[in-house]
Design a protein around this ligand. Structure first.
Ligand SMILES: [Zn+2]
Length: 72
């Protein structure tokens, strides 16, 4: 049995369990993620880092996003 996996904030490096982060839905945050959201038409919940207060997509989505960004 494994514990919940940790999520790492891409901005400040804070690590925590999913429940340590605040959950936020797309409407508030699409400023930072405009291109990704438009492109995929996905509306993943976003996590807000309790340490630096920035929002980023939940980890599965983040992996996808990173792949897209890496291609550019
Ligand atoms: Zn952070």
């Amino acid at each position: 049995m494994r514990e919940e996996k940790e999520i790492k904030c891409p901005y400040c490096g804070f690590k925590g369990k999913p429940k340590d982060f605040y959950l936020l839905y797309e409407a508030v945050v699409n400023v930072t993620l405009t291109s990704a959201v438009k492109e995929g038409r996905e509306r993943p919940p976003l996590l807000v880092c309790p340490s630096c207060g920035k929002a980023f997509p939940s980890s599965n989505f983040y992996d996808k996003l990173r792949r897209k960004i890496a291609k550019r």
